[in-house]
Design a protein around this ligand. Structure first.
Ligand code: ADP
Length: 249
Protein backbone atom coordinates (compact mmCIF):
# COMPACT_ATOMS: atom_id res chain seq x y z
CA UNK A 1 0.00 0.00 0.00
CA UNK A 2 1.46 3.31 -1.02
CA UNK A 3 0.42 6.08 1.32
CA UNK A 4 -0.87 9.27 -0.23
CA UNK A 5 2.09 11.46 -0.99
CA UNK A 6 2.65 15.06 -1.93
CA UNK A 7 6.27 15.36 -2.95
CA UNK A 8 8.05 13.41 -0.26
CA UNK A 9 5.50 14.09 2.43
CA UNK A 10 3.17 11.33 3.53
CA UNK A 11 -0.36 12.63 4.00
CA UNK A 12 -3.20 11.30 6.08
CA UNK A 13 -1.36 10.25 9.25
CA UNK A 14 -3.55 10.55 12.36
CA UNK A 15 -2.45 10.64 15.99
CA UNK A 16 -4.85 10.48 18.88
CA UNK A 17 -3.18 11.96 21.92
CA UNK A 18 -4.68 11.22 25.34
CA UNK A 19 -8.26 11.65 24.10
CA UNK A 20 -10.92 11.66 26.79
CA UNK A 21 -14.63 12.26 26.51
CA UNK A 22 -17.55 11.92 28.93
CA UNK A 23 -21.22 12.70 28.47
CA UNK A 24 -23.67 13.44 31.26
CA UNK A 25 -26.46 10.92 31.87
CA UNK A 26 -29.10 11.65 34.54
CA UNK A 27 -26.76 14.18 36.11
CA UNK A 28 -23.92 11.63 36.32
CA UNK A 29 -20.78 11.67 34.15
CA UNK A 30 -20.75 8.87 31.59
CA UNK A 31 -17.12 8.32 30.56
CA UNK A 32 -16.93 7.15 26.95
CA UNK A 33 -13.24 7.46 26.03
CA UNK A 34 -10.52 7.42 28.64
CA UNK A 35 -7.08 8.69 27.72
CA UNK A 36 -6.95 7.03 24.29
CA UNK A 37 -3.67 7.38 22.41
CA UNK A 38 -3.03 5.80 19.01
CA UNK A 39 -0.98 6.47 15.89
CA UNK A 40 -2.55 5.62 12.53
CA UNK A 41 -0.17 5.56 9.58
CA UNK A 42 -0.85 7.44 6.37
CA UNK A 43 -2.58 5.00 4.05
CA UNK A 44 -3.46 2.58 6.84
CA UNK A 45 -6.88 0.99 7.22
CA UNK A 46 -8.10 0.86 10.84
CA UNK A 47 -11.38 -0.67 11.95
CA UNK A 48 -13.05 0.32 15.22
CA UNK A 49 -15.27 -2.35 16.76
CA UNK A 50 -16.94 -2.92 20.12
CA UNK A 51 -20.36 -3.37 21.68
CA UNK A 52 -23.15 -0.88 21.20
CA UNK A 53 -22.63 2.23 23.29
CA UNK A 54 -18.85 1.78 23.73
CA UNK A 55 -18.06 5.05 21.96
CA UNK A 56 -17.28 4.08 18.34
CA UNK A 57 -19.39 6.81 16.77
CA UNK A 58 -18.22 9.35 19.34
CA UNK A 59 -14.61 8.58 18.46
CA UNK A 60 -15.33 8.86 14.73
CA UNK A 61 -17.15 12.17 15.29
CA UNK A 62 -14.13 13.45 17.21
CA UNK A 63 -11.89 12.42 14.30
CA UNK A 64 -14.24 14.24 11.94
CA UNK A 65 -14.14 17.35 14.12
CA UNK A 66 -17.87 17.15 14.84
CA UNK A 67 -17.42 16.44 18.54
CA UNK A 68 -14.90 18.14 20.82
CA UNK A 69 -12.73 16.12 23.19
CA UNK A 70 -12.84 16.99 26.91
CA UNK A 71 -9.08 16.65 26.86
CA UNK A 72 -6.44 15.46 24.46
CA UNK A 73 -5.85 16.13 20.79
CA UNK A 74 -6.46 14.82 17.32
CA UNK A 75 -3.32 15.45 15.26
CA UNK A 76 -3.32 15.12 11.47
CA UNK A 77 -0.05 15.15 9.57
CA UNK A 78 1.60 16.65 12.64
CA UNK A 79 -0.95 19.46 13.10
CA UNK A 80 -3.49 19.45 15.96
CA UNK A 81 -6.96 19.95 14.44
CA UNK A 82 -10.12 21.42 15.87
CA UNK A 83 -13.35 21.23 13.91
CA UNK A 84 -13.96 19.85 10.44
CA UNK A 85 -11.43 20.02 7.61
CA UNK A 86 -11.29 19.19 3.92
CA UNK A 87 -8.57 16.60 4.46
CA UNK A 88 -11.26 14.39 6.06
CA UNK A 89 -14.51 13.10 4.53
CA UNK A 90 -17.20 11.15 6.36
CA UNK A 91 -19.39 8.37 4.96
CA UNK A 92 -22.47 7.51 7.01
CA UNK A 93 -24.76 4.48 7.01
CA UNK A 94 -27.35 6.45 5.03
CA UNK A 95 -25.86 8.48 2.16
CA UNK A 96 -28.60 11.15 2.41
CA UNK A 97 -28.47 12.13 -1.26
CA UNK A 98 -30.29 15.28 -2.28
CA UNK A 99 -33.44 13.97 -4.03
CA UNK A 100 -33.76 16.92 -6.40
CA UNK A 101 -30.26 16.42 -7.83
CA UNK A 102 -29.07 13.68 -10.21
CA UNK A 103 -26.24 11.30 -9.30
CA UNK A 104 -23.72 13.51 -11.11
CA UNK A 105 -25.05 16.67 -9.46
CA UNK A 106 -25.03 15.06 -6.01
CA UNK A 107 -21.39 14.01 -6.36
CA UNK A 108 -20.32 17.39 -7.81
CA UNK A 109 -22.28 19.38 -5.22
CA UNK A 110 -19.61 19.28 -2.50
CA UNK A 111 -17.10 20.79 -4.93
CA UNK A 112 -19.46 23.44 -6.22
CA UNK A 113 -20.19 24.69 -2.69
CA UNK A 114 -16.44 25.11 -2.31
CA UNK A 115 -16.52 27.48 -5.25
CA UNK A 116 -15.26 25.11 -7.94
CA UNK A 117 -16.79 25.83 -11.37
CA UNK A 118 -19.57 23.42 -12.34
CA UNK A 119 -17.82 21.99 -15.40
CA UNK A 120 -14.61 21.27 -13.43
CA UNK A 121 -16.61 19.87 -10.51
CA UNK A 122 -18.59 17.57 -12.80
CA UNK A 123 -15.44 16.33 -14.57
CA UNK A 124 -13.95 15.38 -11.21
CA UNK A 125 -17.25 13.87 -10.08
CA UNK A 126 -17.37 11.71 -13.24
CA UNK A 127 -14.00 10.15 -12.40
CA UNK A 128 -15.26 9.02 -9.01
CA UNK A 129 -18.63 7.91 -10.36
CA UNK A 130 -16.64 5.68 -12.75
CA UNK A 131 -14.55 4.42 -9.82
CA UNK A 132 -17.69 3.18 -8.05
CA UNK A 133 -19.05 1.66 -11.28
CA UNK A 134 -22.01 3.98 -11.81
CA UNK A 135 -21.12 5.76 -15.05
CA UNK A 136 -24.35 4.54 -16.65
CA UNK A 137 -26.34 6.16 -13.85
CA UNK A 138 -24.91 9.68 -13.92
CA UNK A 139 -28.26 11.17 -14.85
CA UNK A 140 -30.38 8.94 -12.61
CA UNK A 141 -32.30 10.33 -9.63
CA UNK A 142 -31.62 9.06 -6.12
CA UNK A 143 -35.07 7.42 -5.96
CA UNK A 144 -34.11 5.20 -8.91
CA UNK A 145 -31.13 3.68 -7.07
CA UNK A 146 -30.91 0.56 -4.90
CA UNK A 147 -29.45 0.90 -1.39
CA UNK A 148 -26.05 -0.34 -2.56
CA UNK A 149 -26.01 2.05 -5.52
CA UNK A 150 -26.99 4.98 -3.31
CA UNK A 151 -24.14 4.16 -0.94
CA UNK A 152 -21.75 3.97 -3.92
CA UNK A 153 -22.84 7.50 -4.80
CA UNK A 154 -22.15 8.50 -1.19
CA UNK A 155 -18.65 7.04 -1.48
CA UNK A 156 -18.02 8.85 -4.79
CA UNK A 157 -19.24 12.10 -3.24
CA UNK A 158 -16.82 11.71 -0.31
CA UNK A 159 -13.88 10.87 -2.61
CA UNK A 160 -14.50 13.76 -4.97
CA UNK A 161 -13.27 16.30 -2.44
CA UNK A 162 -9.98 14.32 -2.48
CA UNK A 163 -9.67 13.68 1.25
CA UNK A 164 -6.56 12.20 2.79
CA UNK A 165 -8.67 10.41 5.37
CA UNK A 166 -11.97 8.60 4.87
CA UNK A 167 -14.05 8.18 8.03
CA UNK A 168 -16.78 5.56 7.65
CA UNK A 169 -19.53 5.01 10.22
CA UNK A 170 -21.20 1.63 9.61
CA UNK A 171 -21.20 2.40 5.88
CA UNK A 172 -22.63 -0.98 4.88
CA UNK A 173 -24.85 -1.46 7.93
CA UNK A 174 -28.11 -0.81 6.08
CA UNK A 175 -27.42 -3.13 3.14
CA UNK A 176 -28.60 -6.70 2.56
CA UNK A 177 -26.05 -9.47 3.10
CA UNK A 178 -25.15 -10.06 -0.57
CA UNK A 179 -24.80 -6.35 -1.42
CA UNK A 180 -22.71 -5.94 1.70
CA UNK A 181 -20.20 -8.57 0.54
CA UNK A 182 -19.88 -6.90 -2.87
CA UNK A 183 -19.47 -3.49 -1.31
CA UNK A 184 -16.80 -4.75 1.07
CA UNK A 185 -14.79 -5.87 -1.97
CA UNK A 186 -15.39 -2.47 -3.55
CA UNK A 187 -14.29 -0.58 -0.46
CA UNK A 188 -11.10 -2.65 -0.34
CA UNK A 189 -10.39 -1.83 -3.99
CA UNK A 190 -11.22 1.86 -3.63
CA UNK A 191 -9.02 2.16 -0.55
CA UNK A 192 -6.13 0.58 -2.52
CA UNK A 193 -6.62 2.71 -5.62
CA UNK A 194 -7.21 6.04 -3.87
CA UNK A 195 -4.36 5.75 -1.34
CA UNK A 196 -6.42 7.17 1.49
CA UNK A 197 -6.23 6.48 5.19
CA UNK A 198 -9.42 4.61 6.08
CA UNK A 199 -10.97 4.58 9.54
CA UNK A 200 -14.04 2.40 9.67
CA UNK A 201 -16.57 1.88 12.45
CA UNK A 202 -18.36 -1.44 12.14
CA UNK A 203 -20.13 -3.94 14.36
CA UNK A 204 -19.18 -6.68 11.89
CA UNK A 205 -15.94 -8.36 12.99
CA UNK A 206 -15.54 -10.22 9.72
CA UNK A 207 -15.83 -6.94 7.82
CA UNK A 208 -13.25 -5.38 10.14
CA UNK A 209 -10.77 -8.19 9.51
CA UNK A 210 -11.41 -8.16 5.76
CA UNK A 211 -10.87 -4.42 5.39
CA UNK A 212 -8.46 -3.37 8.11
CA UNK A 213 -4.74 -3.56 8.81
CA UNK A 214 -5.49 -3.20 12.52
CA UNK A 215 -8.64 -3.47 14.59
CA UNK A 216 -9.21 -1.22 17.59
CA UNK A 217 -11.54 -2.94 20.05
CA UNK A 218 -13.32 -0.59 22.45
CA UNK A 219 -15.17 -1.83 25.52
CA UNK A 220 -18.28 -0.50 27.20
CA UNK A 221 -17.16 -1.25 30.75
CA UNK A 222 -14.03 0.84 31.07
CA UNK A 223 -11.62 -1.97 30.18
CA UNK A 224 -8.74 -0.42 28.18
CA UNK A 225 -9.07 -0.79 24.41
CA UNK A 226 -7.19 -3.51 22.53
CA UNK A 227 -5.40 -3.10 19.23
CA UNK A 228 -5.22 -6.19 17.04
CA UNK A 229 -3.00 -6.38 13.95
CA UNK A 230 -4.56 -8.31 11.07
CA UNK A 231 -1.67 -10.31 9.74
CA UNK A 232 -3.01 -11.47 6.40
CA UNK A 233 -1.79 -10.76 2.86
CA UNK A 234 -3.54 -8.22 0.62
CA UNK A 235 -5.56 -8.14 -1.46
CA UNK A 236 -7.68 -10.48 0.65
CA UNK A 237 -9.69 -12.99 -1.22
CA UNK A 238 -13.00 -14.01 0.31
CA UNK A 239 -12.97 -17.28 -1.57
CA UNK A 240 -9.33 -17.96 -0.90
CA UNK A 241 -7.78 -20.13 1.73
CA UNK A 242 -6.60 -17.26 3.93
CA UNK A 243 -10.04 -15.97 4.59
CA UNK A 244 -11.55 -19.41 5.15
CA UNK A 245 -8.78 -20.39 7.55
CA UNK A 246 -9.24 -17.13 9.42
CA UNK A 247 -12.96 -17.70 9.78
CA UNK A 248 -12.40 -21.13 11.31
CA UNK A 249 -10.12 -19.88 14.07
P1 ADP B 1 -21.41 3.33 19.72
O1 ADP B 1 -21.19 4.05 18.42
O2 ADP B 1 -20.24 2.47 20.12
O3 ADP B 1 -22.70 2.55 19.78
P2 ADP B 1 -21.70 6.00 20.79
O4 ADP B 1 -20.41 6.66 20.53
O5 ADP B 1 -22.85 6.33 19.90
O6 ADP B 1 -21.50 4.43 20.89
O7 ADP B 1 -22.17 6.34 22.27
C1 ADP B 1 -21.34 6.07 23.41
C2 ADP B 1 -22.12 6.43 24.66
O8 ADP B 1 -22.25 7.84 24.74
C3 ADP B 1 -23.53 5.86 24.70
O9 ADP B 1 -23.82 5.49 26.03
C4 ADP B 1 -24.39 7.03 24.27
O10 ADP B 1 -25.68 6.93 24.83
C5 ADP B 1 -23.62 8.21 24.84
N1 ADP B 1 -23.79 9.43 24.03
C6 ADP B 1 -23.43 9.58 22.73
N2 ADP B 1 -23.68 10.83 22.29
C7 ADP B 1 -24.22 11.48 23.36
C8 ADP B 1 -24.69 12.81 23.57
N3 ADP B 1 -24.64 13.73 22.60
N4 ADP B 1 -25.17 13.13 24.80
C9 ADP B 1 -25.20 12.20 25.79
N5 ADP B 1 -24.77 10.95 25.67
C10 ADP B 1 -24.28 10.58 24.47
Amino acid sequence: MTPQATGDTLRGAVSLRHLSKAFTLNGQPLPVLRNLSLDIRAGESLAIVGPSGCGKTTLLRMLAGLEAADSGQVVIDGRPVAGVGTERAVIYQEPRLLPWLTVLENVAFGLEVRGIARSVAQDRARRHIRLVGLSDFENAWPRQLSGGMAQRVGIARALTVQPEILLLDEPLGALDAMTKLTMQEELARIWREENVTMILVTHDLEEAIFLADRVLVLSADGTPPALIPVDLPRPRDRNGADFVRMRRM
